[in-house]
Design a protein around this ligand. Structure first.
Ligand code: TXA
Ligand code: MG
Length: 306
């Protein structure tokens, strides 16, 4: 079921969520499969629908800094980052507040919580209408390619597709940057639209990300998989390859003919979905510059190829 991007669609989405159900909602990054964070049933339904391993905690979306403060302990660093980047594609991993109205499955039992205030007007409208924080991982089957359109959500879930609030194509197209605030510094858990130097300009250099515990499935080597072998750094396609191009390498689907990295990020998952659906058994991707949001694009491509 597609919900229209108007007052009626927003009201219906809010109604389903308040009743403890799931709705796929557009954000500026990717579509999220949402449920109220304080209710076991809706959260369990997210894990079930995604086929998500239970050690993978969810991002909680908030409407305001005040709402974030009810869920987590926010220090000056968190407030500084929120001031600069919220609403927007930055997720903060911060200490969970005692007694926060969030069921344990949301944080997978961790003493921390991942919070983000999204910028998409439809997502904000639903958050406002529901009046509660919404947990929402990307609206795709676990391990698969993230959705940047209602059609991607439908294809990923098939018969079991949830209601989708139609926000068209996501502008950023790649998941939020995840920053963990630790006692002694900060770590980049997932590169995203907000590049590391922009965070470092406010907080100083990052600590190395520790690999001893998987905290972000974005950190699992194999993720974002289109279900076919993926070869990186290709200049030319072999006969059985679908080529994803960039800049002056056109390919079968170009991330950006003009060589624009923001456009490439916005089109990355659409091209991977198209490559997955093509009749060619293998996928090749040309070289993407490791610059700005190119870092996040290459991170996703390496995992798609793993
Ligand atoms: O842009 C986004 O962040 C999208 C949209 C829908 O907001 N959401 C998204 O969610 O990408 P998901 O579930 O696909 O990725 C959430 C990431 C995972 O890598 C998860 O492990 C990490 O956030 N995460 C959640 N809670 C965490 C925590 N307490 N500590 C460390 N990582 C956490
Ligand atoms: Mg995901």
């Amino acid at each position: 079921m597609i919900l229209p991007p108007d007052d009626a669609g927003i009201a219906r989405a809010a109604e389903i969520l308040l009743a403890g159900g799931n709705v796929a909602l557009p954000t500026e990054t990717v579509y999220g499969l949402a449920a109220r964070a304080d209710t076991e049933a809706g959260i369990a339904a997210i894990y079930r629908a995604k086929g998500r391993p239970e050690f993978n905690p969810l991002i909680v979306h908030v409407a305001s800094l005040r709402q974030a403060g009810q869920l987590a302990l926010l220090d000056e660093r968190a407030e500084l980052l929120a001031m600069h980047f919220w609403p927007g594609p930055l997720t903060l991993v911060v200490p969970l507040r005692d007694g926060a109205p969030v069921v344990p499955a949301v944080t997978a039992g961790l003493p921390t919580i991942a919070l983000r205030m999204p910028a998409h007007p439809l997502m904000q409208a639903v958050l406002g209408k529901v009046g509660l924080p919404l947990a929402a991982p990307s609206a795709n089957r676990s391990g698969g390619v993230s959705p940047t359109s209602p059609e991607h959500v439908r294809v990923s879930f098939g018969q079991e597709a949830p209601a989708v609030l139609d926000g068209g194509v996501c502008a950023d197209g790649i998941e939020s940057t995840i920053v963990a605030l630790r006692e002694t510094g900060w770590q980049l858990l997932r590169p995203g639209p907000i590049a590391e130097p922009a965070v470092a300009a406010l907080l100083g250099d990052a600590m190395p990300a520790t690999a001893e515990r998987i905290e972000a499935p974005g950190q699992l080597a194999r993720h974002y998989s289109p279900g076919k072998p993926v070869r990186l750094g290709a200049q030319l396609a072999e006969a059985d390859e679908f080529l994803i191009g960039f800049d002056n390498i056109a390919g079968d689907c170009s991330l950006s003919p003009a060589g624009d990295l923001a456009e490439a990020a916005a089109r990355l998952y659409a091209c991977l979905h198209e490559a997955a659906a093509s009749n060619r058994p293998r996928i090749a991707v040309t070289t993407i510059p490791e610059l700005g949001i190119g870092v996040a694009i290459n991170d996703r491509l390496r995992r798609a190829a793993a």
